[in-house]
Design a protein around this ligand. Structure first.
Ligand code: DX5
Ligand code: ZN
Length: 220
């Protein structure tokens, strides 16, 4: 499965609704929502009211990437606002297993995020319970950063861990610095969901989505 998830962090917020419609019409598969609290990461973005107001605009699934401390306090609100997938950073919460359970029992897919310096083996005990893993290929906090090449090796390591654990249904998502120059390679390594912010919203959105989708399909 290969899915393109534009991150609206790089969209023009003055015409957010139009831009979401445009990526949907162009063939995007998921809308990626970067939720930052200014504590877990050095930046603040948007929250529940924005999600509620864009929810009726599109049929695409919403994927919330929570870069916030104590995510367990807010996951229910995100799900109520219409989020379908929720990922969190394990070092932002104390009881990761409980949180995964909370997300799944309320009807959303649960994912865990690996920062660039977080090893894949930290997933060893949680891998049996999650639906997807989000590999950060930049340090979380900002759009438009350069892809960190070493993070690509984690895709292969993660596939080995999935095979060892017997949970091979997990989807692999990658986030940060993904563009036309590396999406084909990442797809070949086994990535399923490609988050792209600036590579979608800078320039011609329709053309960008079309080219990224063509290149990510090469590896099927
Ligand atoms: C960074 C965010 C990313 C980011 C992606 O903390 O998680 O989703 O917005 O933006 P680009 O594709 O521009 O690196
Ligand atoms: Zn993200």
């Amino acid at each position: 499965m290969k899915l393109l998830a534009p991150s609206i962090l790089s969209a023009d917020f003055s015409i957010l609704g139009e831009q979401i419609k445009e990526v949907e019409e162009a063939g995007a598969d998921i809308i990626h929502l970067d939720i930052m609290d200014g504590v877990y990461v050095p930046n603040i973005t948007f929250g529940i009211p924005v999600i509620e107001s864009i929810r009726p605009i599109t049929k695409l699934p919403f994927d919330a990437h929570l870069m916030i401390v104590n995510p367990e306090k807010y996951v229910l609100d995100f799900i109520k606002a219409g989020v379908d997938m929720i990922s969190f950073h394990m070092d932002a919460t104390i009881h990761s297993h409980r949180l995964v359970d909370q997300i799944k029992s309320n009807g959303a897919k649960a994912g865990v995020v690996l920062n660039p310096a977080t090893p894949v083996n930290t997933l060893e005990e949680i891998i049996h319970y999650i639906d997807y893993v989000l590999i950060m290929s930049v340090n979380p906090g900002f759009g438009g950063q350069k892809f960190i090449p070493q993070t690509a090796q984690k895709v292969t390591k993660l596939i080995s861990l999935m095979e060892e654990s017997g949970n091979t249904d997990i989807l692999i998502e990658i986030d940060g610095g993904v563009g036309q120059d590396n999406i084909g390679y990442l797809s070949m390594l086994g990535v399923n969901i490609f988050v792209a912010g600036s590579a979608v919203f800078k320039g011609n959105i329709k053309e960008n989505v079309k080219k990224l989708k063509e290149k990510m399909q090469v590896a099927i």
